[in-house]
Design a protein around this ligand. Structure first.
Ligand code: GLU
Length: 297
């Protein structure tokens, strides 16, 4: 095995469910600059698995905004909606290993169970790193045969990762390499603690994948050696690292960059139009001014 590092390949992976804002521009710029410094490759991926929220017009908006900023990916984008069969195959592998199971509890039932438990114990129910309540039911609450029958009968379900069984497949604790400060910064091994996410959803009845599953599949498929993305995805990396282990995918090096915040210190969101690149452009802001503004952060 060669000890030389492979070529530097990174990606910008927006979801076309709204217009890009300054935070996206920053992420795309950090990625492209790192690829150019390394004489590597900068790829684009359109994360459009959610058909209810993603629209082709937003994808066109992404292309328009990147072109306006002179951010030029190397080659055509990979569109996740064109790869459902690959995600379904990976999910089937996990299912054959007994590591995922169909769960039928609706969001409302989950919230009611969480509230009932909190009322009963007087203690807060454990939350995942994003603040969502951990799945409050055990896989063992229903037999595998009963689950299979309910699924065959057409009941709505999601596929959840059996976190306890997944963790039991490790020989040693998992960690990932995080580049500190900059994409080329010193590497630190960060212990991955996916148990904090509980039995996460890996697919839905109508969509055979999820953000977590498709992101690790695609990073491997696109040969991404360096995942450079916002700090808001730092904690999710623990789940990604576990899935890479389960699916035998090569783990990339990660760099989670700072987030661009609004004046009130909040994360920018796609619903606040004021900082969208389209709105800035319409207001007469130039691409140079956007670049200058972001370099100050
Ligand atoms: N599609 C995700 C987003 O728009 C980014 C995924 C990633 O970079 O891993 O937030």
């Amino acid at each position: 095995m060669s000890l030389l590092p492979g070529p530097f390949v990174c990606r910008f992976a927006p979801s076309p469910n709204g217009r890009l804002h300054l935070g996206h521009a920053y992420s795309a710029m950090v990625n492209e600059a790192a690829a150019r410094r390394a004489r590597g490759t900068f790829l684009l991926r359109i994360e459009d698995i959610d058909a209810t929220r993603c629209r082709r017009e937003y994808e066109a908006g992404i292309m328009e905004d990147l072109a306006w900023l002179s951010i030029t990916p190397d080659g055509p984008p990979r569109r996740q909606s064109e790869h459902f069969a690959e995600y379904a195959a990976a999910l089937a592998r996990l299912e054959a290993l007994g590591l995922v199971y169909p769960a039928f509890e609706s969001r409302g039932e989950i919230l009611r169970a969480v509230r009932a438990r909190e009322a009963e114990t007087g203690l807060p129910h454990p939350r995942d790193p994003d603040g969502g309540p951990l799945f409050p039911f055990a896989r063992e609450s229903m037999s595998d045969a009963a689950r299979a029958a309910r699924r065959a009968a057409g009941a709505p379900f999601v596929m959840r990762l059996d976190m306890a069984r997944a963790l039991a497949t490790r020989d040693a604790p998992l960690s990932w390499l995080e580049a500190q400060g900059t994409p080329e910064g010193p590497l630190l091994a960060v212990p991955a603690e996916p148990a904090r996410w509980g039995d996460v959803i890996l697919a839905r009845r109508e969509v055979p994948t999820s953000y977590h599953l498709s992101v690790v599949m695609d990073d491997a498929a696109q040969g991404i050696g360096h995942v450079i993305r916002g700090m808001d995805l730092f904690e999710a990396t623990a789940v990604h690292r576990l899935l890479q282990h389960l699916l035998r995918l090569p783990p990339p090096v990660y760099h989670h960059h700072r987030l661009i915040l609004d004046q009130a210190g909040r994360k920018l969101s796609k619903s606040s139009d004021a900082t969208s690149l389209a709105a800035l452009r319409a207001a007469g802001v130039t691409p140079q001014e956007v670049r200058q503004r972001l370099e100050l952060f």
